[in-house]
Write a protein that binds this ligand. Structure first.
Ligand SMILES: [Ca+2]
Length: 196
């Protein structure tokens, strides 16, 4: 009886471990997909606003983040607009999401392929959040981050002269998942790239 008991336990344990590993790999794949969608969405954008750019006024950076009137994600037209953007979830300041490469909200679909509805409204994909971080970095050393208003008018040991809008940018998309059994969000994907 003892041996049988151990055997059954072992089988249950093995199945549980398989389920966890399987769950993790499918969540990681989904996380990677959601991160890639944001990168696709941001592909081809200029670093700073195509009309007003990024400039200094009394030492402060003007043009970092969305410009006046750029309230919806669909209005975002440069990379710095996305800094701090959250797509999905209910945190303060969060936008509808998660979003795909066209900026459309990804919908919750059941096993039969039907879009879940809440009355007449389509329900967005649950439990997933995309967060975007944008920082300025040194063109010759992307590990060195700089404040939005940083510029260097003459070359020195830090590098060549760069005006406020001439630094490189590092964009990071962090994708988290929080299922019913998760006390806190789990980071499932983190995708970073440089914009020279
Ligand atoms: Ca803009």
């Amino acid at each position: 009886m003892v041996i049988l008991g151990v055997g059954v336990l072992a089988v249950i344990e093995a199945q549980s471990a398989f389920f966890r590993a399987n769950e993790f790999s499918s969540l990681a794949a989904q996380g990677g997909y959601l991160a890639g969608e944001v990168r696709e969405r941001m592909r081809g954008l200029t670093k700073h606003d195509p009309v007003t750019g990024l400039f200094l006024q009394s030492g402060a950076a003007v043009g970092w983040g969305p410009e006046t009137g750029e309230t919806m994600e669909a209005d975002f037209d440069d990379i710095d607009d996305y800094n701090g953007a959250i797509f999905g979830g209910s945190a303060t300041g969060a936008r509808p999401g998660p979003i795909d490469a066209r900026g459309q909200i990804i919908l919750q679909v059941d096993f039969d392929g039907n879009i879940e509805m809440n009355g007449a409204a389509q329900v967005a994909l649950r439990n997933w959040i995309q967060t975007v971080e944008v920082v300025k970095v040194e063109p010759t050393n992307s590990a060195t981050t700089r404040a939005p208003n940083y510029e260097r008018l003459t070359a020195n040991s830090d590098g060549p002269a760069v005006r406020v809008d001439q630094l490189s940018m590092r964009v990071t998309v962090i994708v988290t998942y929080q299922g019913m059994d998760d006390a806190t969000p789990r980071e499932m994907a983190r995708l970073s790239w440089l914009v020279p």
